[in-house]
Ligand binder design. Sequence first.
Ligand code: IPE
Ligand code: IPE
Ligand code: MG
Length: 247
Amino acid sequence: MAFWNKKTPVEDFSGRVRHIAFIMDGNGRWAKRRSLPRKAGHARGAETFRRVIQYCHRLGIRTVTVYAFSTENWSRPQDEVAAIMQLLDRFMEEELQDADTRDMRVVFLGDKAALTPAQRERAEEIERRTRDKSYCLNIALNYGGRDELVHAANILLAQGKGSVTAADISSALYTAHSPDPDLIIRTGGDYRISNFLLWQSAYAEYYFTKTLWPDLSEREIYRALKDFCSRHRRFGGLDPEDMKEKE
Ligand code: IPE
Ligand code: IPE
Ligand code: MG
């Protein structure tokens, strides 16, 4: 298990990574390997989530987004969904306690209509009370990239727009307040995006790892960030040294 110690690598990434996002996958398999119920995997995953957020904060990364629950995850057995929602309730309670002392804006990405009225109220209170903080934690909850685009289209239609620009769409997304993600890390060994940040990830870099989410260590996040920093992002252009063709 990962833990904080003197050897945990710390470096300031603030100038190189503005936004890191995580597809937190593999909780169920983590539990299954230990013959535990899937909800035990989610409970352990929630601890990893707290560690990861603290670590990214320590590395100076301003925006962190986590994929906590998708629009498709409702199709899981009811007791598993209930266990995840219980963990969410606990997180929101803690958040409300810490809201005034921590420098962390919390925003929930997704349609809150599917939450209970109490959850919705808490989520909105957390968002309201943390609005002016400088670091940002986006929690994708009942989130789907397609759902987000449909929601954005409906906002723009309601504004009476006859035609729209890319900037209009970006500003109608749940992530309107955040830059596009630089790096998306997916744990759990699958190579897919599962309806996550479809619009925003146009030029994101990906890091896929077989590590199951509950086992994700600070060291591996650090490795992923170093790997990211060594990549050439060309955004469809060329590297500067190739811009002038040599004779
Ligand atoms: C990710 O872990 C957490 C959620 C989707 C809520 P999974 O529960 O998908 O774990 P695996 O993929 O079944 O191992
Ligand atoms: C992606 O994991 C969603 C979250 C991490 C919340 P899933 O386990 O739901 O994705 P699939 O089903 O493997 O694509
Ligand atoms: Mg999964």
